[in-house]
Design a protein around this ligand. Structure first.
Ligand SMILES: NC(=O)c1ccc[n+]([C@@H]2O[C@H](COP(=O)([O-])OP(=O)(O)OC[C@H]3O[C@@H](n4cnc5c(N)ncnc54)[C@H](OP(=O)(O)O)[C@@H]3O)[C@@H](O)[C@H]2O)c1
Length: 284
């Protein structure tokens, strides 16, 4: 990782994004963004306390205008290094439209905003193992997702809402439409990451990957699950516990710091063995 280039972390004001920003601070200046002003100020104080050369700005990844201002600010600090897009919302108590706008279109808008400035950079998106459990994309989903760059935001949202109401596997709906939308949104992040491997590589050999967290104990996960659900989530992992934000940050920083030049267009599962337990009978 080039010293003094700017490490950008959207969603860097909380959870795994904040831990990643702190860990990246060893390599140079870090810019974090998020919508909530208080959360941003608290995160800035935490980063500065940890000795990070931290910069912060309110930004909303579902708004291209907000991202333009964010990128303009970034360019005043230092040349762009890596971009970690940890901004995202969960399905608990969340209407479907913001999930589509933030998790899906936000992923696209962040890449569009930073693409011109990538230079031997990594773009890291956050998917979820929920995306791996989603049985898609179907032909209709692919058709819409392949046209992300060309359809209007209103059309994308309208068509995605229809797809969400009739998922590829109707059994998904037993888990609720918000959950289905979230699962689809994270499957989209994986697909979009694959679909942009070539385009990103054309920016001086840059790379794009997504990371699929299992269950990491962050404000997002802590907020939406009661004690019984949390106990059940833990039992679903090899280590019988949640991952920590620091463990996620360690993985990302190892990937970025060592510079793995052949690694792009893939989704990396980091889930304490949840996928292994779900898909394979364990040999004892
Ligand atoms: N925790 C898990 O177990 C888990 C599992 C699978 C996937 N993930 C994914 O991992 C990523 C990080 O999650 P986390 O658990 O660290 O969550 P978190 O602690 O809730 O942090 C989410 C961050 O995203 C920001 N954010 C949300 N909407 C935004 C928007 N429109 N524009 C800019 N920033 C926005 C939040 O700040 P503001 O709200 O102030 O904007 C916050 O900084 C998310 O994409 C999440 O879906 C998490």
């Amino acid at each position: 990782m080039s010293e003094r280039k700017l490490q950008v972390v959207t969603g860097g004001t909380s959870g795994m994004g904040l831990a990643t920003a702190k860990a990246l601070g060893v390599y140079g200046p870090v810019l974090i963004g998020g919508r909530n002003e208080k959360r941003l100020n608290d995160a800035m104080a935490e980063l500065k306390e940890a000795g990070v050369e931290a910069y912060g700005m309110q930004c909303d990844v579902s708004s291209p205008d907000s991202l333009k201002a964010f990128v303009d600010y970034a360019l005043t600090i230092a040349p762009i290094g890596n971009v970690v897009n940890a901004a995202g919302v969960d399905y608990a108590d969340m209407p479907k439209e913001p999930i589509i706008k933030i998790n899906m279109l936000g992923t696209h808008y962040v890449l569009e905003a930073f693409l011109p400035y990538l230079d031997d950079s990594y773009v890291v998106n956050f998917s979820s193992i929920t995306g791996n459990f989603y049985p898609g994309p179907s032909a209709e989903e692919k058709e819409l997702w392949d046209s992300t760059q060309t359809v209007s935001e209103a059309e994308f949202v309208e068509r995605q809402l229809k797809l969400t109401a009739q998922p590829n596997d109707p059994r998904m709906l037993a888990l609720g439409e918000s959950y289905t939308t979230y699962a689809m949104s994270k499957r989209y992040v994986q697909y979009y990451t694959q679909a942009n491997a070539m385009r990103v590589a054309m920016k001086n050999g840059s790379r794009i990957i997504s990371i699929a967290p299992g269950s990491f104990y962050t404000p997002m996960l802590a907020g939406g699950n009661n004690e019984a659900m949390q106990a059940s989530i833990k039992r679903g992992t090899v280590y019988q516990r949640f991952g920590t934000s620091e463990e996620m940050a360690d993985l990302i920083v190892h990937l970025l710091a060592l510079g793995h030049g052949y690694l792009t267009g893939v989704d990396i599962i980091h889930d304490g063995g949840k996928t292994a337990l779900s898909f394979a009978k364990q040999m004892m």
